[in-house]
Design a binder for this molecule. Sequence first.
Ligand code: FES
Length: 357
Amino acid sequence: MAKYHQLTVNEVRRETRDAVSLRLEVPDAEREYFEFLPGQHLAMRATIDGESVTRTYSICTAPRDGEIRVAVKRDPQGVFSTFANERLKAGDVLEVMPPEGSFVLRFSPDNRKHYLAVAAGSGITPIMSMIREGLAAEPRSSFTLVYGNRSAQNMIFREQLEDIKNEYMGRFTMVPVMSREQTDIGLFHGHIDGDKCRELLQHWIRDDVDECVICGPEPMIQAVSETLREAGVPRDRIHYELFTAPGEALERRRQRAQDTSIDHSMVQVEVRVDGQRYEFELARNTESVLDGGMSVGAELPHSCKSGVCSTCRARLVEGEVEMDVNYALEDYEVEAGYILTCQSLPVSSRVVVDYDQ
Ligand code: FES
């Protein structure tokens, strides 16, 4: 099982008024744990006002840059993001898990592909890593980035993207879409929804899209991926990562726990982690394996608890669970028996889950 490493933040750089990027120093002896693919993320833990807080942030640098940097946008209600934007400074230490996540692009110098990237707000972070790595790794490939923001001032990495445009002239096109700022070109004003995507595909984006990566809120992901499928881009060439955690799953779970017509009888659960076994009972269809395991003292990896980050991934070795949502595991991982334990409610009378596999 992956473990937290103590990493020093060696730079806190202000990117916009409400976003910073953090450069993490990885000691030579721990480098092997922090190799990453473009698009992956890190779970980070800090003690803030006496409370342990874990959040996941995507890496914005490319593997070939030789540094690990994440961007953190302040969410007014966000404990970690406010801490990172207001109090964190160079020299502070964070607990950081090795990179994870299957929202990745793998590049090969022989490829000649047109990648379409669609990002909203801080959804640019993993996409930035992909663009930087892809343009350098594949000299004959090109990227089109559709990047939604409220205004130019809110655009994270605006200057870096301008630099990329100059460096890879002809291979990188940026289409900024602003919701609260008028632009010279009407098409660039508004939100990235199905209609906007359709218009851009008709008038602005080359239609030879080989792969598409999308990162942002759920409605945008759904609208863009549906429009791309209508336009003939095969499903397996459309990759996405949800940037905001959905609240509906929690609400659904709360309602299900209260529904007396559903079987809530107790089931036996065994959790294996770090070579240890924890046995406990859990009400069927009610609580997640992750919450149940933590309530009996198991130290289980987790971050978003919303089915987005995959930090809580483990293998189901016996029994049956139902996952509320799964925004993180690929189909092949589910077929191989992997589950998101934060989303998995036991439904069979005995369930065994192994975090060490
Ligand atoms: S903790 Fe993030 S997917 Fe389970």
